[in-house]
Design a protein around this ligand. Structure first.
Ligand code: ISC
Length: 414
């Protein structure tokens, strides 16, 4: 295990104050240009900035270390919270590596958090009096000029990796593997994360627009939400492109009827249910998936809900369910090994859990999909992946990654 608490919890101020705040501004408009944290959907959620404390951690006990660190941080805090809803009081933002053993996970306690839930707004400050900043005017200046380059694999090599995965699946070595690729972009001017987040949120209002330590995106997939003992998750797997007019309806019906996509989806639901069951006294998943329609693609979706039997913390639960077969495969160890063999890249925090946790143990974690990692001031690394099962075609999977990249590209190109 390596843990670098870049700010020691003990050194941080112990006073945390949450007050009601009826600010009219959009949450994302309150963010500073750099270093902003976000978890926003349909205009509600949390934004934050400043660092009261920070932990970077990896190793077999990474999530346990983080949970212990957060417990130590919150124990003995002097909290005055007049709102008392999930997300008020002290909050921890987290972006966990796809492989938390080898990769670095980042945890940040912001100095200031502004939240909104069911129309109620609040502001929380660590160590200072809560004070709402001026909302920044929408920045609709000229779009940056962008240059794209292949990441680890060019499209032909990635298609060869998909074909190799299908061969392994046909040989009975595994049932499913999720293969991803990266795309590099550089801009002629510094990229403005706030502008990217605003554009993502405007085009994907039903997705969770997130930002933690330079990883930005709008994910449609909720890995796990905990509110008291209630747990919920939205599992996605199985994707179709959007079309125009009647073609769009035909594509939607074909996705719902596709045996291949249903098999791919079923494995993702099973992996979550199997991992969560030991922690639940009730757990329900509808037998039939629904369609989730986004601006760029459509997914098969299943909402799973449960009631926790014990008091395991959210980070422990996240560690238990991750990686589901929505981002890794079935069986998990074989899929993880094949990803290492075929993808040729380090996923970093892409496809890892991303979200927030409060001092009572409530919180929400999505999967970091449809996202990019900012590189310096003027670069980014975009990610997209696809579930590969028997019957997957490399060209169709490549087209699916292009549709998925398009979500972030549109926000960049604006
Ligand atoms: C791995 C990704 O998507 C997952 C989530 C939804 C649908 C998926 C699919 O149909 O392949 C993937 O399992 C990604 O967007 O990078």
């Amino acid at each position: 295990m390596t843990a670098a608490a870049l700010t020691s919890p003990a050194a941080a101020s112990r006073a945390v104050t949450t007050v009601r705040s009826e600010q009219a501004a959009a949450l994302l408009d309150l963010l500073p240009v750099r270093g902003g944290l976000s978890w926003v959907r349909h205009g509600e959620g949390l934004v934050g900035w400043g660092e009261a404390a920070r932990l970077e951690v990896s190793g077999p006990r990474a999530l346990a270390e983080a949970a212990e660190w957060w417990d130590r941080f919150t124990t003995g805090l002097d909290v005055a919270d007049e709102v008392r809803v999930p997300g008020s009081g002290p909050v921890l933002f987290a972006s966990i590596a796809f492989d938390p053993v080898a990769g670095t996970s980042v945890f940040v306690v912001p100095e200031v958090v502004v939240g909104r839930r069911d129309g109620v707004g609040w502001i929380t400050a660590v160590g200072a009096a809560p004070e709402l900043p001026e909302a920044a005017p929408a920045d609709d200046g000229p779009a940056p000029r962008l240059r794209y380059a292949d990441g680890a694999l060019d499209p032909a090599s990635w298609c060869a990796a998909v074909a190799a995965a299908v061969t392994s699946i046909d040989a009975g070595e595994l049932e499913k593997v999720v293969l991803a690729r990266d795309l590099l972009v550089s801009s002629d001017v510094p990229l403005d994360p706030r502008r990217i987040l605003r554009r993502l949120a405007a085009r994907f209002p039903g997705c969770w627009t997130f930002a933690v330590d330079g990883l930005l995106g709008a994910t449609p997939e909720l890995l796990l939400r905990r509110t008291g003992r209630q747990l919920s998750s939205r599992v996605l797997a199985g994707t179709a492109p959007r079309g125009a007019g009647a073609e769009d309806e035909r594509l939607a019906a074909a996705l719902l009827d596709s045996a291949k996509d249903r098999a791919e989806h079923g494995l993702a639901v099973d992996s979550l249910v199997r991992a969560l069951e030991p922690y639940c006294r009730e757990l329900t998943a509808p037998a039939e998936p629904e369609l989730l329609t986004l601006a760029n693609v459509r997914h098969l979706a299943t909402d799973v809900i449960g009631t926790q039997r014990d008091s395991a913390g959210l980070l422990e639960l996240v560690g238990a369910v991750h990686p589901t077969a929505a981002v890794c495969g079935t069986p998990t160890p074989d899929a993880a090994a094949l990803i290492g063999e075929l993808e040729g890249m380090d996923r970093g925090r892409y496809a890892g859990p991303v979200g927030w946790l409060d001092a009572t143990g409530d919180g929400e974690f999505g999967l970091a999909l449809r996202c990019a990692e900012l590189v310096g001031d003027d670069g980014a690394r975009l990610f997209a992946g696809c579930g590969i099962v028997a019957g997957s075609h490399p060209a169709a999977e490549l087209a699916e990654t292009q549709s998925k990249f398009a979500a972030f590209q549109a926000a960049l190109e604006g």
